[in-house]
Design a protein around this ligand. Structure first.
Ligand code: MN
Length: 306
């Protein structure tokens, strides 16, 4: 069985499926993508027959557009294509038999990784993935991605995300493939624990600075707090949303090198709706939208133009 995995490049939830694939299949290749590149990659791969070399093509924590789904539905690829996603905005795509979008199951918020893990356990059970260490790491990724770690008080889920930011994609993948093959129990080693502690101090200072520099502004009838930040996106967003919950509906984080993120903690606010005003999408409590392509030129012109 030869697998081609397409998953989300942006976070642990997209990266963990690579590790699970390695633990399950002897032969596989993978491609990690940003959401905006999914359709074009799939269309190109259909055109140059890339998928012909594989028995199964699995997409996790990402989804194709309706247009591309329709195209796949009309060709043989549909028989070996499987999408496992948990993004609210993609629920409509469940109308295709090869797409499974599940946001919540029995009150538990799903993630790309948890859906894929369940699929592997049911269809390709093996000694590697049945280990407690794998089960626990999947749960950490799921709790980290859905932000449920706060509710269930599992800070290790956040710490794992911290480690990913230090290791980087490739080292993280290699480390945990080796670790999970070797260990029955999941743990952070001494060096990792030290790193997590140092990072916590650094983060505390970063958050303090954001608290001081937040800009309050009403946009489209929503009370927002805007910060410019590149690090700790989700955690910072939730921290600020919680801190200013009496004053604002949602937090906007502008990362000029990547995109715009929206976070909120209020039940009656859906940031996915807000993001859609600006060409974005996401979940009820966490969403994003792209930056204008020439935003940096606009800023430079504003600062230095005549
Ligand atoms: Mn995810």
């Amino acid at each position: 069985m030869k697998i081609f995995l397409i998953s989300h490049i942006a976070d642990a939830d997209g990266i963990m499926p690579v590790i699970l694939t390695d633990l399950t299949f002897d032969e596989y290749d993978y491609k990690l993508l940003d959401i905006k590149d999914v359709d074009s990659f799939v269309l190109e791969s259909i055109d140059n027959n890339l998928f012909d070399n594989y028995d199964k093509v699995i997409m996790t924590d990402l989804c194709i557009s309706d247009e591309v789904a329709q195209k796949i539905n009309n060709i043989d690829l549909k028989n070996k294509f499987l999408v496992l996603d948990h993004h609210n905005g993609n629920l409509d795509l469940n109308k295709y038999p090869f797409i499974k979008v599940v946001v919540e199951n029995n009150g538990i918020k799903e993630s790309g990784t948890s859906l894929y893990y369940e699929y592997l356990i049911n269809n390709f059970p093996n000694n590697n993935i049945m280990k407690e260490s794998v089960n626990y790491m999947v749960r950490l990724v799921q709790l980290g991605d859905t932000w449920e770690w706060v509710k269930y008080d599992v800070p290790e889920a956040r710490d794992l995300v911290t480690l990913l930011s230090y290791y980087g994609l490739e080292k993280f993948i290699n480390k945990y493939i080796k670790f999970l093959r070797k260990n029955k129990e999941f743990y952070f080693d001494e060096a990792e624990q030290l790193l997590i502690e140092i990072d916590k101090n650094k983060k505390d200072n970063y958050f303090k600075l954001a608290l001081e520099n937040i800009i309050f502004k009403e946009i489209k009838g929503y009370k927002t707090g805007i910060v410019f930040a590149e690090e700790y996106r989700s955690e910072l967003g939730n921290y600020l949303a919680q801190y200013y919950k009496d004053k604002i509906d949602l937090v906007i984080i502008i990362n000029l090198n990547r995109s715009i993120s929206y976070r909120c903690v209020k039940d009656d606010i859906n940031v996915s709706d807000f993001a859609s005003f600006f060409g974005g999408k996401g979940h009820a409590k966490a969403a994003g939208s792209p930056l204008k392509e020439d935003i940096k030129e606009i800023i430079i012109e504003e600062l230095f133009g005549d």
